[in-house]
Design a protein around this ligand. Structure first.
Ligand code: SF4
Ligand code: SF4
Length: 403
């Protein structure tokens, strides 16, 4: 089979690395990383094979590897690489490169490579959403005494920024982002499913195995099953459960999902802006989710600030941007939960509330373009990987007959 070669591929991927020092060219394909990787399922050369593809410029093949997303950045390979080629950072950079190539707008690549462009996009989006919301507020204030902050109870923040606007903009964003993400997802699925093995054959991808594969991937993602395997080779885990990497990552994800669920249930079952007591179930769910998420984020940020050991010693701008944006969104969300129960409306309360809405909108808009996209691509890759392993119907029937 003829392969299109991109001689600049390795250099392009390096630009997505943490600090421009990715030394993956030093890899001499010894296979040590494959031997130590707790997630290498067979002798297929995970992650060494993907490094080799980058070295020889096989971009099409590299972008068709769902294996990129089956790495959980535990760092075992980097700790033992005899050439200090940092395979873990390579995999992270290759994932970031893949996101930028799946994205049809080209914005993702710019965001990953250019911190300045990243910040400009963030500021423009924040300014746009702020003006949109404040303009609406201005129109509302025209009929009263013109004071932005008078006349509203602190439990009535949605009169300051009408809930219909917040939810209307939110739904519009979900549609735009959904379409953007859908293009990326289709691009990835087409590449992975179009890939042939060394015998020149494609996996059968039997329809009957599609739903079980998706279900298995969702359960894996929620449970962090593969992430936990990164600890399995340790006879005695060096850290208590609450500090283990998979658990910390889990608290960020589980807390975020709890907040998302609370917001969705609020929208579906409670009139917008109607006051509810602090023990209202969705409020408690949002509060607990926010605190759990904040716990995970504080550990993750603390480790990256200390930068003491692999895998936290090198962080890309994209790592920081995502962590900081998510933390700011959660903090202002928790702040909003508090200010709605303050006895009097305050400027601080309204600023907190509005900041939360703007940051949450930024987070949604930037989902397909930033590290946040890993939530979608990783789950999809796990599903495709499971699906590819499912036997063709005739093979499964033959096995059933002989067993
Ligand atoms: S990345 Fe390091 S351990 Fe892996 S094959 Fe290359 S030189 Fe060997
Ligand atoms: S970082 Fe961990 S999971 Fe990823 S390739 Fe290296 S050893 Fe395997």
């Amino acid at each position: 089979m003829a392969h299109a070669i991109d001689v600049a591929l390795l250099e392009k991927i390096k630009k997505h690395g943490a600090d421009g020092t990715l030394n993956v060219s030093a890899c001499f394909n010894c296979g040590n990383c494959t031997a130590v990787c707790p997630l290498a399922e067979d002798s297929a050369g995970f992650p060494r094979r993907i490094i080799r593809m980058a070295q020889v410029g096989m971009e099409k093949e590299l972008l068709a590897q769902e294996d990129l997303w089956r790495c959980y950045a535990c760092g075992e390979c980097t700790k033992t690489c005899p050439r200090e080629a940092d395979p873990m950072q390579f995999m992270a950079a290759a994932r970031s490169y893949a996101i930028s190539r799946y994205d049809a707008t080209g914005l993702s690549g710019l965001m990953y490579r250019s911190p300045v462009f990243n910040i400009i996009v963030f500021l423009v989006l924040s300014g746009f959403f702020s003006l949109l919301l404040l303009r609406r507020k201005g129109e509302m204030a025209m009929g009263s005494n013109g004071n932005l902050f008078s006349g509203y109870g602190s439990t009535q923040l949605f009169r300051f920024i009408p809930g219909e606007w917040v939810h209307g903009i939110g739904i519009a964003l979900f549609i735009v982002i959904g379409l953007t993400l859908a293009f990326g997802v289709v691009s990835m699925v087409a590449r992975v499913m179009g890939r042939k093995n060394q015998a020149g054959e494609r996996p059968p991808y039997p329809i009957a195995a599609l739903i079980p594969s998706i279900w298995s991937a969702i359960v894996d993602a929620l449970n962090h099953d593969r992430f936990r395997q990164c600890d399995k080779d340790e006879p005695a885990p060096s850290e208590p459960l609450h500090l283990r990497a998979w658990f910390v990552h889990g608290t960020i994800m589980w807390g975020f999902l709890a907040m998302l669920l609370a917001t969705t249930l609020d929208y579906l079952f409670k009139p917008i802006g109607s006051p509810v007591p602090p023990w209202y179930p969705m409020r408690i769910l949002g509060l607990v989710g926010g605190l759990v998420c904040l716990y995970g984020l504080s550990i993750a940020i603390g480790r990256r600030i200390q930068a003491k050991e692999t895998p936290y010693d090198k962080s890309s701008f994209g790592d920081w941007f995502f962590l900081v944006l998510l933390t700011a969104t959660v903090l202002t969300g928790l702040g909003t939960l508090i200010v709605v129960y303050m006895p009097h409306p305050t400027l601080f309360g309204y600023v907190t509330f509005m900041s939360h809405i703007v940051l949450a909108m930024d987070l949604i808009v930037l989902l397909p373009l930033t590290k946040f996209a890993h939530v979608v691509y990783r789950t999809l890759a796990l599903a495709l990987h499971e699906w590819a392993k499912a036997p063709a119907p005739e093979t499964a029937a033959a096995v059933a007959t002989h067993s």
